[in-house]
Design a protein around this ligand. Sequence first.
Ligand SMILES: NC(=O)C1=CN([C@@H]2O[C@H](COP(=O)(O)OP(=O)(O)OC[C@H]3O[C@@H](n4cnc5c(N)ncnc54)[C@H](O)[C@@H]3O)[C@@H](O)[C@H]2O)C=CC1
Ligand SMILES: O=C(O)C1=N[C@H](C(=O)O)C[C@H](O)C1
Length: 262
Amino acid sequence: MKKVIVAGFKGRMGNTASHMVIDHKDFELVGVFDPRATEKTLGENLEFKGIDVPVYSKVADIASSTADVWIDFTSPTSVYENVKFAIENGISPVVGTTGMTDEQVNELQKLAKAKKIGGLIAPNFGISAVLLMQFAQQAAKYFPNVEIIEMHHDNKLDAPSGTAINTAKLIAEVRAPKQQGNPQEKETLAGARGANYEGMHIHSVRLPGYVAHEQVLFGSEGEALTIRQDSFDRSSFMSGVAVAVAKVQDYDELLVGLEHIL
Ligand SMILES: NC(=O)C1=CN([C@@H]2O[C@H](COP(=O)(O)OP(=O)(O)OC[C@H]3O[C@@H](n4cnc5c(N)ncnc54)[C@H](O)[C@@H]3O)[C@@H](O)[C@H]2O)C=CC1
Ligand SMILES: O=C(O)C1=N[C@H](C(=O)O)C[C@H](O)C1
């Protein structure tokens, strides 16, 4: 049995992940963490009735031997400290939270290597998004002119999305550096051309009703290719999270990207 703690359990993803862990025959939920929590045990919430695991509202209250795996769906400003805490306490992190800087990820990777702790940061746990990123990287070898449009619910804190940044990074690995559009182009309204990652423009849409969606648009002489994925429900991320929880302790480093453990 993998003993699991869920950080951010009062949020959308943390709630879904807590249910997944409870329902999984090989996992045991041993604690949940969220600074917004006021209850002492999870079972005080009607939807978790009978699940009397401890609720933590301060990270310092979590003992190092509490869990094998730390699932993190929190916020861009808290994820680095949480993951650092997990690694320092011998707990393998499975991280879905987006918005960390490259420097923060590098530091955590160094720490995990030094402590020989396996972990995973996945910008997206959905198989449709993992495949989209791989297809986009393949297509970019033949279509170097590319723009990315990511579309999310309007409660999202970070922009562009972690998936969009990761898509651009994967494409940049196979495409010669290149600025796109007319070299003389001028924005008459700031931001009109979106963010710019090594010449690739990334556009972020935020709308109620949306969950998580991405389109990668490729254009060439007389033809175009569009790759799109849609996550309509947060349950779609859970098979990826479950695979990560099951396998993460087999590694002794912090990996980035679900594809590395599938
Ligand atoms: N990798 C993936 O497949 C996915 C990643 N995400 C990412 O997961 C993160 C969370 O997303 P949502 O659940 O929609 O957000 P949310 O805002 O619904 O939930 C975040 C929760 O984290 C809590 N929190 C804040 N600071 C904390 C801390 N220091 N320790 C523990 N909990 C803390 C908040 O109180 C809140 O309850 C975002 O970064 C989002 O981009 C979301 C969906 C899929
Ligand atoms: O905030 C979200 O909802 C999501 N965040 C991740 C991201 O930033 O890419 C993954 C997915 O898109 C949902």
